[in-house]
Design a protein around this ligand. Structure first.
Ligand SMILES: C[S@@+](CC[C@H](N)C(=O)[O-])C[C@H]1O[C@@H](n2cnc3c(N)ncnc32)[C@H](O)[C@@H]1O
Length: 396
């Protein structure tokens, strides 16, 4: 069952419960097997790596430190949302792995060490945005930027820092809980600390980086963002919240009910810019994403993209039920099980399809190598091969 098939409150409660389970889970998955292995070593072998015992103690302490951090996050979320957590819930491995991945996501988005990585896309995007905003004089306020797949919220913080009205969109409750905490809990520069690298044991040259404590955030969120009223996050699937009402099948991620139809009508042509950063390859059908960007952008608006094409659904065996509604009877006319994988377009094909949807390609750069939450001092680690482009939605 996906997060989408259950009620919002229940899904959020389950995610908060998974956050709370991190300590036990991480000790069981990352610490205890290593301790058992160490203790089972032949004494003569132990003497060859005497420091390993101390490493294990540090690993245990780092896990407990991370768990304490997540406890604060869930306390905050519980208070803000009034969601009962219910400690006894069964939490699956999939959800726990998402909690674990939150530490590298926080590192990528909020650490000073990852600024270089963030700049690979930001240094390309910001000049375009600044130029666009200086030539587009708007009577009704600042540029309105939409960032689908906003993760833990960093990209909208960057946009607000530029003075733009920024809306992030996200469908993962794991991410939403964390973005709510990072953006709203009044953090100052370096006020939080995490151990983001302790969950992977391969590729290290030495133990120091693996056990490195990282301070986040890299700027004073409280001083810079609070009171600006330039920021919001919408919860739900990008296509569901911002897509058109035509030309997309109903599915578990696209609801054909009146409420969503009205929402989608209201957002039509509402944004000046859509920024997709490491996002478009999350699609099950990228054509739905293209139609959605076309729908939500105003004519003359920009679509700025950065990221690779590592299609998240490429090896997915799940299916989705797709259907349409008969306009006259109101009945579902079609029920089809459709594979989640299948439409993995190339960069060239995406650009060609976008052109047919009235986009004009203004700028394009290929083969940009970027890491994603790459630890410091990891020169030589293969990164993702990314593309950057800017497209303008033509006036009809
Ligand atoms: C690879 S991450 C990128 C996060 C962030 N943009 C960054 O660059 O660090 C992709 C994000 O898109 C979100 N996502 C995936 N499919 C989505 C959808 N259909 N609607 C909204 N968000 C989605 C995921 O939950 C995840 O947070």
């Amino acid at each position: 069952m996906s997060e989408y098939d259950i009620s919002e409150t229940e899904a959020l409660g389950n995610v908060l419960c998974a956050y709370r389970n991190y300590g036990n889970y991480a000790l069981r998955e990352y610490y205890e097997p290593r301790l058992a292995k160490w203790e089972a070593l032949h004494p003569s072998q132990r003497k060859l790596i005497p420091y390993y015992e101390e490493f294990l103690e540090m690993l245990q302490a780092a896990i407990l430190h991370n768990a304490k951090f997540l406890r604060v996050v869930t306390d905050f979320a519980e208070q803000m949302m009034g969601i009962p957590i219910g400690e006894s819930k069964v939490v699956n491995r999939f959800s726990m792995d998402k909690v674990v991945s939150m530490f590298s996501q926080l590192y990528r988005e909020w650490s000073p060490e990852a600024q270089k990585e963030r700049n690979i896309s930001l240094d390309r995007m910001l000049p375009i945005l600044r130029n666009f905003s200086s030539t587009e004089v708007k009577a009704d306020g600042p540029l309105s930027v939409l960032v689908p797949g906003v993760g833990t919220g960093r990209m909208i913080a960057d946009m607000v820092n530029e003075g733009y009205f920024s809306e992030g969109n996200e469908y993962s409750y794991h991410m939403l809980v964390m973005s709510m905490y990072m953006l709203n809990s009044g953090q100052s520069k370096g006020s939080l600390s995490i151990y983001p690298f302790i969950h992977t044991n391969s590729h290290w040259k030495d133990r120091q980086t693996m056990l490195k404590q990282v301070k986040i955030p890299d700027f004073d969120i409280c001083a810079k963002l609070s009171g600006t009223n330039l920021m919001r996050i919408s919860m739900g699937s990008f296509v569901d919240c911002f897509g058109p009402n035509q030309n997309i099948w109903g599915s578990s991620h696209y609801h054909i009910n009146q409420e969503m139809q009205i929402t989608r009508l209201e957002v039509q042509s509402s944004k000046d810019v859509v920024v997709t950063n490491f996002f478009i390859d999350t699609s099950s059908n990228i054509l739905d994403y293209l139609l959605t960007i076309q729908h939500v952008l105003r004519p003359g608006g920009l679509w700025i993209n950065f990221g690779p094409l590592v299609y998240h659904q490429e090896n997915e065996d799940e299916t989705d039920i797709c259907y349409e509604i008969d306009q006259f009877s109101g009945l579902r006319t079609d029920h089809k099980k459709i594979p989640m994988k299948g439409i993995e377009l190339t960069f060239d094909e995406i650009i060609e399809a976008a052109t047919k949807l009235n986009f004009e390609l203004l700028q394009q750069e290929d083969n940009i190598i970027s890491g994603y939450g790459e630890p410091p001092d990891q020169n030589g680690m293969p990164g993702y091969r990314c593309a950057f482009w800017v497209m303008k939605l033509r006036h009809k």
